[in-house]
Design a protein around this ligand. Structure first.
Ligand code: TZP
Ligand code: MG
Length: 210
């Protein structure tokens, strides 16, 4: 599974563009993963958005991950779900998800990453890697040292999320991330496709140099 550029849709940051618009523009720039994330939408509307983005991501060969909601992810035929500390436990999601379904987990420490791996997560995301204005309750950034520690402790794909920009993405990859998840650096830009393409090129270059 390729997590190089993982774009999280957020209509509050997306300058008037819908989740589907953002997904379409981001995959055109090479996004490998689209996460549908909306804390405001009722399940029925989140499902409707997921169905549309399922088509967009399938056509582009990108993964679709739904944030928080395993039920919506399964119903829409998404590739996976992303779970945080206040969501369904990874162990329970693993128990009821079909084979091959991707479960991602937000972690803030080595211990949490090791636990997520033991419970059956397919990837872990260090959240937040740097401080961010895009998530109210994100808390302070854990930093690159934490990223490297987690890299050494678990063999699962490791994604960095929070405060990642074109300016720091090379350092994030060098510290051990397999991929980066972003909102504002892509979704908040005027030209979403160009921003995605630029970020992905930097990720690929950083990997080639490591
Ligand atoms: N989870 C942890 S940090 C974050 C989420 C959804 C927000 C990331 O947004 P940005 O704009 O890339 O910092
Ligand atoms: Mg969550």
């Amino acid at each position: 599974m390729d997590y190089d550029l993982y774009v999280v849709t957020d209509e509050t940051i997306g300058r008037g563009r819908s989740h589907a618009d953002l997904a379409r523009l981001a995959v055109a720039g090479g996004a490998d993963v689209i996460q549908l994330r909306d804390k405001r939408l009722p399940g029925r509307e989140l499902f409707a958005a997921a169905v549309v983005i399922r088509e967009i991501t399938r056509d582009a060969g990108a993964l679709l991950i739904v944030n928080d909601r395993l039920d919506v992810a399964l119903a829409a035929g998404a590739d996976g779900v992303h779970l945080g500390a206040s969501d369904l436990p990874v162990r329970e999601a693993r128990r009821i998800a079909p084979p091959g379904f991707v479960i991602g987990a937000s972690v803030g420490s080595v211990a949490a990453a090791v636990r997520a791996a033991a419970e059956g997560a397919d990837y872990v995301a260090l959240s937040p890697t740097f401080s961010t204005g895009s998530k109210d309750d994100a808390g302070p950034g854990h930093g690159l040292a934490a990223l490297s520690e987690i890299r050494s402790a678990v063999s699962l794909p490791l994604v960095a999320i929070g405060g990642i920009t074109a300016g720091n993405v090379s350092d994030v990859i060098a510290a051990g991330a397999d991929g980066v998840a972003v909102i504002s650096a892509v979704v908040g830009e005027d030209d979403v496709t160009a921003a995605a393409r630029n970020l992905r090129a930097r990720i690929v270059a950083a990997k080639a140099g490591s």
